[in-house]
Design a protein around this ligand. Sequence first.
Ligand SMILES: NC(=O)c1ccc[n+]([C@@H]2O[C@H](COP(=O)([O-])OP(=O)(O)OC[C@H]3O[C@@H](n4cnc5c(N)ncnc54)[C@H](O)[C@@H]3O)[C@@H](O)[C@H]2O)c1
Length: 309
Amino acid sequence: MSFNLQSSKKLFIFLGKSLFTLLEAMIFALLPKQQKNVAGEIVLITGAGSGLGRLLALQFAGRGSVLVLWDVNKEGNEETYKMAQEAGAARVHAYTCDCSQKEEVYRVADQVKKEVGDVSILINNAGIVTGKNFLDCPDELMEKSFDVNFKAHLWTYKAFLPAMIANDHGHLVCISSSAGLVGVNGLADYCASKFAAFGLAESVFVETFVQNQKGIKTTIVCPFFIKTGMFEGCTTACPSLLPILEPEYAAEKIVEAILQEKMYLYMPKFLYFLMFLKSFLPLKTALLIGDYLDIFHAMDGFLERKKKL
Ligand SMILES: NC(=O)c1ccc[n+]([C@@H]2O[C@H](COP(=O)([O-])OP(=O)(O)OC[C@H]3O[C@@H](n4cnc5c(N)ncnc54)[C@H](O)[C@@H]3O)[C@@H](O)[C@H]2O)c1
């Protein structure tokens, strides 16, 4: 009897709180969102030497953040360094770091802690793509995809999360991909690494939630193709529903999501609907949708980058 009373009480509390969170989300969906102030925050961006990483750096520079730029490409990173200074960053620090090398990540992270301070916004953005069918992809390229797109997140979290927890203040940003939500032919290693990065970010978020570390925020970003050159030659058959994104638009949306402390950002919005469909449609219907959207041929024109990373 007491068990029934206890479990009914638990059920009512759960239903009441759930209803409250749903109402809260509905109300906040209608109101203009509050944005946090990132002036003076130490923002570390990996892969800052080009593309999205550079644009994110410029967005934070304009908001007065202290920038820590990491890239394996020294030249590109230095260019971003100059651009960020011109864009008004409070301070900019550029470090050449190969994020695929654990020891190098730890070494440069220690240098950052000594020379700059505790990183409060960590944006794991560095990424590579091999773009080969699974059996055609050499083992070392697959390992490299994992090292850059996923394992680097492990080492940077290990390096910077403890101070965030100690200060009860921090934000972990994972640049995953739409390929981190759904498997795509010609992208097996890339998809696997992006799913892994997504899973890590979500799991660490749940850990901080369970441990009541309310000051640690998480944002997981899953964009479709962006015109940065990474997926040069790739196409979309349905530009109205799945457009290839402009890099500036993608960077603005990512910063907006970070400032609003939004957990998930899928771009374009149609991806939310596709994920909803994937969760319940019969496999054959889902494959027909993939075929209609020509997803299975999106990688056909992929042009591999000549530069070796
Ligand atoms: N471009 C797209 O269509 C697209 C779509 C979805 C997700 N993404 C993701 O967005 C992120 C940014 O990609 P982008 O489009 O700007 O590509 P990009 O190639 O312009 O930028 C990637 C950056 O990462 C750096 N990098 C690569 N290996 C590194 C390493 N070992 N250590 C340190 N830095 C390294 C590169 O030098 C480069 O500056 C990536 O994680 C990518 O997977 C891109």
